[in-house]
Design a binder for this molecule. Structure first.
Ligand code: NAP
Length: 286
């Protein structure tokens, strides 16, 4: 990192917790690689301080920030505008502060679509994508998949009402996309046998836990498996799927790709291709 001076531009991340975040190291390395006088700082924010923290960032002249768990939807009322990605997802992971206005973006979904192409050679289209989960990450993912012309998406979640709400929201914008909802505890062979790509958007796997409601043997062998979790690098889902010969990827490529898009929103510059992913691989020892 270059020396911080009075001219250094500040960006950061707000969340609770944030100390585990790899984004500061990834962005600061990319600022240095691009010779940009920026610094990226983690900010731990408690829920009762969210409004004050956001006003404070603006008052201090911070030029943008990332938003992580649990504030990706709670931040929306504090912003002036949403771009298309955030509007469609109903979730924000990147904010640009420009001319005194705060503009929310969602780079998670497009980051996923980039990583699917690079890491699994998967381009949305005719196949069936199954999303496990219906939280903030699933919202960004489904909106980006619809923009990228996915034809059929199945959303499966423990709380089926959240999955139904997601389907309704998305079909209002993309009525042409066939979106089905299945209760996670009722997954069956007739649904699973149609899946081309399965994406875990839940946090299951972070602690070595398994998606107990999913029987991978019901999927076609040709199905590709993406886990948004990247720590540990090989989750039980990825281990089991690769054992039966399926093509798999963890979420490190998505983390890098959403970071590249956020970096570009703040600076107008794209870091050298693959640079952020290599930084992350170095940090994760993969
Ligand atoms: P979130 O809004 O809290 O949603 C969590 C989802 O996981 C919900 O659908 C929830 O189901 C489900 N879930 C959690 N625990 C479960 C359990 N024990 N059994 C069944 N379902 C369970 O969180 P999020 O923002 O979507 O983030 C989810 C994950 O994605 C996190 O691990 C995050 O780190 C990861 N992520 C990765 C990237 C990346 O760049 N790789 C980017 C964004 C997010 P209910 O609705 O039933 O509660």
């Amino acid at each position: 990192m270059s020396t911080v001076s009075g001219k250094t531009q500040v960006v950061g991340i707000i969340g609770n917790p944030v100390k585990h975040s790899l984004s500061p190291a990834m962005h600061n390395a990319a600022f240095a690689a691009c010779d940009l006088d920026y610094v990226y700082v983690p900010f731990f924010v408690t829920p009762e301080n969210l409004g004050n923290a956001i006003s404070g960032l603006k008052a201090l002249g911070v030029c943008g920030f990332n938003v992580t768990i649990p504030y990706k939807t709670d931040i929306i009322p504090h912003l002036d505008y949403l771009d298309q990605t955030a509007e469609e997802a109903g979730a924000v992971n990147t904010v640009l502060i420009k001319d005194g206005k705060m503009i929310g973006h969602n780079t998670d979904g497009d980051g996923l679509v980039c990583s699917l192409a690079e890491d699994l050679d998967f381009i949305p289209g005719d196949g069936t994508v199954m999303l496990i989960g219906a939280g903030g990450a699933a919202r960004g993912a489904i909106a980006a998949l619809c923009r990228a012309k996915s034809q059929r998406i199945i959303v499966t979640n423990r709380s089926v009402d959240k999955a139904n709400a997601l389907k309704l929201d998305m079909n209002r914008i993309y009525p042409e996309v066939c979106i089905d909802v299945i209760n996670a505890n009722e997954l069956n062979k007739s649904a699973l046998s149609t899946v081309t790509l399965l994406v875990n958007t839940t946090s299951i796997g972070m602690n070595g836990d398994k998606l107990h409601f999913l029987d991978l043997s019901m999927l076609p062998k040709s199905a590709k498996i993406y886990d948004m979790v990247y720590s540990p690098p090989i989750t039980p889902l990825l281990y089991e799927a690769s054992e039966i010969g399926m093509l798999v990827s963890n979420g490190l490529g998505m983390l890098a790709a959403q970071g590249e898009l956020a970096f570009n929103i703040w600076t107008g510059i794209t870091p050298p291709k693959g640079y952020m992913k290599r930084v992350l691989e170095g940090l994760c020892g993969s």
